[in-house]
Design a protein. Structure first.
Lengths: 202, 202
DNA sequence: CCTTAATGCGAATATCTATTCGCGTTCAAT
DNA sequence: ATTGAACGCGAATAGATATTCGCATTAAGG
């Protein structure tokens, strides 16, 4: 941030600008999100925008930071460790994922689509680490006999598989019933995560 | 295509332009692929470009058509139906996928990353239909007892999971060993596709 | 060879967009 | 109330890019 907003009105402007950035991306897509539109949507002038954000990217980065916090809060609110069934745990996570993707009128959808040209590392790491920790605890509790040593690879695979399959599905018309998709994704993921490390089951 | 190239030289120019488009996307990324650069790379002028392509998008569409043919040819060359083991079949498909993603110095990688703003439907349908047909035949042959009725959903899930997990992996530094990733992806996919439709195994 | 249509050219054009800057306004501390 | 700093503004700037168009060059048929 180029300058710290010292007065109340300017702090509100900063918040409005970040919010407006989200609105623009959601309504017009990332490509047609211009500084002019953002300023207009926020009800301020382009000049003011540059008072607190070094450039457009900084604004988008601020938006992503804010959304990352929202997601972190949402994840904390999910009481997944109380669940004892692996399938149930996965299914709830997937339903949470769908609800996030559908929220904010498709803002998240557009952001994930454009992940490769946005500073999404923080958000990605957040998800990765959350599910990593969750699985670690789960397997410590339920599979003490054969510890899963390649958990990181499994979590990487599972996270990306679910996320992008969901995005692809929501991006299309609903050619597939969402309930069924969630169920089948759960089957795949739970089946895979429940598999013993290398050869045959104990 | 705006006009049909009638003479030999102009037909070569059309080919060179499509090829140059691929080069530019691969070297500079889709965002920095300009008509000027494409023309320069092809060794012709911008004006000539518009003689045969209505606009930039038409040029990119032509590139995608050409690559779709290449992929179709590659798939036809894979003798997958000769394989009797599901895991082996999946593993070979995944290795083929990695080889395509790595070919042409990352051109495919950049195209898949930007799938949502490119006319990728033809290519996506191609892959989808190929693996759909492959699985249909495989399951007709091996699982005649419990036919899998939701094959389309499964193929959708599996195709997207593998494709985008691969893209995410190649986009990062190689934080994960590619051999291991291919092996684990295979485990997940083969395990899932081998599962009986709803409840318990027969 | 000569004509005519096809081909090729690239400077010029029309837009669009991020970013700046000088000026007027508002705030807050004294 | 005064004053200096913070704030807010939006026209102007600089740079980029897709697309066009009038003119030059080349090929092919007669």
């Amino acid at each position: 941030m180029r300058k710290q907003p010292r007065q109340k009105r300017s702090r509100e402007m900063v918040k409005a600008l970040v919010e407006a950035t989200g609105q623009c991306i959601q309504r017009h897509g990332l490509d047609d999100t211009t500084t002019a539109r953002i300023a207009e949507q926020a009800g301020v002038s382009v000049g003011s925008l540059y008072q607190y954000f070094g450039d457009k990217d900084a604004l988008i980065a601020a938006l992503l930071d804010r959304l990352a916090e929202d997601i972190a809060a949402g994840l904390r609110r999910l009481p997944l460790m109380a669940v004892t069934d692996l399938g149930e745990m996965v299914h709830r996570s997937i339903r949470f994922g769908f609800s996030v993707l559908r929220s904010r009128d498709g803002l998240y959808l557009e952001l994930v689509r454009n992940w490769h040209r946005l500073p999404t590392n923080r958000v990605v790491d957040l998800l990765q680490q959350h599910f990593m920790e969750l699985s670690r605890l789960y397997f410590l509790r339920h599979y003490r006999d054969y510890p899963i040593e390649n958990l990181e690879v499994r979590v990487f695979i599972v996270t990306n598989s679910v996320l992008f399959t969901m995005v692809r599905h929501v991006s299309q018309g609903d050619l597939i019933d969402e309930e069924e998709l969630a169920r089948e994704l759960t089957r795949m993921v739970a089946g895979y995560l429940g598999q013993p490390p290398q050869g045959d089951p104990p």
